[in-house]
Design a protein around this ligand. Structure first.
Ligand code: SF4
Ligand code: SF4
Length: 429
């Protein structure tokens, strides 16, 4: 919950890795930061990943020290389950912002994170942090390394039985909590609202949502992560450990028909990474990657791709037209072999759609009076991309990470540092 303080130097919107990095850098410079996160935990997409490419470092091992550092930083205040409703520029280095805090129905200062409430709650729903592959309770802590590690009640799925209230020793459950709107003033704003994942149900011919053994790359990522829902990789229909897995690259990227003409920049490499992890997790499995072009442009990426080829992952230059299901749940991929021009079919027992990223332009609506412009792809427009890439159309508002376009983790962190230095310069001069 927001403290009594109503004046901060910088409002950072978004608690993913870019927002965290910008807030940490600015906090270290001595600025007072308010970081607003819409979700129940900071860490964004990165905290949910297994390993990062091309080094195969553990993603959570990089994220969690930053998450705990920011949680303890004396200059940074974090509020979760909160949204910025309105921002108005009042003058040079003066913005007013309305912040809406949704009720958690748990008193943050009393909850110890013991999860007793979660144990007794009788109401189940899909666990969004495990991409709906398992269930969670109506009262829950998002995942083991969530920050803050405080329970919340998903009131939509709560049956108001009161079981959680009875077992909560510190009496932290509070059904009387309501929304709170607070108005604050800041000198500058950093937009770090990140990206959304492409919804593959839009491409009906791939059968996502219809064929259970067609999953997204993020669902596979969770199956490979240390905080994974199962102790192995399994296909959803029958829990069979797959021995023949296909990846379909460019699902929802570089495709004008679904409104995303640009490259998502990360799918080639995260699929290559996942294929290596799969070979480690399931040594007997065959992994095939159907691609149009492999874009391995970063430092060490090409070598990582070549290493993956050397490990036996099959890369097939082919455009997948359609996926159909056999009665046993196996999937037939019909594709054009680009090398020969022939249409071919192959059978796999699990298919992973390497979904692309989309812009998240909702944030532009909160700016009143002055317009936060977007580019032709709906990402935040960088008004001086070469000389000052974090600058936006509103003087004093900076963009950090994938809010300005698709990028990988190292580039997001560099972008976050650029946003922090742009913000500091703006406040000082
Ligand atoms: S709400 Fe109560 S029971 Fe639930 S985790 Fe917090 S302290 Fe434990
Ligand atoms: S009151 Fe709601 S959250 Fe608490 S145990 Fe019952 S269903 Fe679960």
């Amino acid at each position: 919950m927001l403290e009594q303080e109503k004046n901060y130097d910088v409002l950072v919107i978004g608690g993913g890795i870019a927002g965290i990095e910008s807030a940490l850098k600015l906090g270290d410079m001595g600025y007072k930061i308010l970081l607003v996160e819409k979700d129940a935990t900071v860490g964004g997409h990165m905290i949910l990943l297994s390993k990062v490419f091309p080094t195969l470092d553990c993603s959570a091992c990089i994220t969690t020290p930053k998450v705990s550092e920011i949680a303890r930083h004396p200059n940074v205040t974090i509020i979760t389950i909160s949204e910025v409703q309105e921002i108005e520029k009042l003058g040079e280095k003066r913005f007013s912002a309305k912040i809406l805090e949704h009720p958690r129905y748990v008193k943050e200062n009393l909850c110890t994170g013991c999860q007793e409430c979660e144990r007794v709650c009788p109401s189940y729903t899909d666990d969004q942090y495990q991409l709906s592959q398992v269930a969670r309770k109506a009262v829950y802590i998002p995942f083991d390394i969530a920050s803050p590690r405080i329970a919340l009640i998903d009131i939509e799925n709560c049956i108001l039985c009161g079981a959680c209230e009875k077992v909560c020793a510190p009496e932290a459950i509070d059904f009387t909590q309501e929304e709170i709107i607070t108005e604050i003033e800041v000198k500058s704003v950093v937009v770090a609202t990140g990206f959304q994942l492409f919804d593959p149900t839009i491409i009906e011919r791939y059968g996502y949502g219809k064929y259970k053994n067609v999953v997204t790359s993020m669902q596979m990522e969770r199956q490979l992560a240390p905080t994974r829902p199962f102790n192995t990789v399994m296909r959803p229909q029958d829990a069979k450990v797959p021995d023949n897995i296909a990846y379909v690259l460019c699902t929802g990227s570089r495709d004008n028909r679904v409104g995303t003409p640009i490259c998502s920049q990360i799918c080639c490499m995260y699929s290559t990474k996942q294929s290596q992890l799969l070979m480690g997790a399931l040594p007997m499995a065959d992994v095939s990657i159907y691609y149009l072009h492999i874009r391995a442009f970063g430092k060490g990426f090409c070598e990582f791709y070549q290493q993956t080829v050397g490990m036996g992952v099959e890369f097939i230059k082919g455009k997948v037209g359609k996926i159909t299901e056999k009665p046993n749940g196996n999937l037939i991929l019909r594709y054009e072999d680009i090398e020969t021009g022939k249409v071919k079919e192959t059978e796999h027992d699990m298919v992973v759609l390497s979904v692309g990223v989309l812009a998240n332009p909702e944030i532009t609506k909160v700016f009143t009076k002055q317009k936060l412009e977007i580019d032709p792809y709906s990402y935040i427009h960088q008004s001086d991309e070469l000389a000052n890439p974090a600058k936006t159309s509103i003087d004093g508002v900076f963009v950090s990470g994938t809010a300005s376009g698709p990028m990988d983790i190292p580039d997001s962190i560099m972008s976050a540092a650029t946003a922090a230095s742009g913000t500091s310069n703006y406040i000082k001069h």
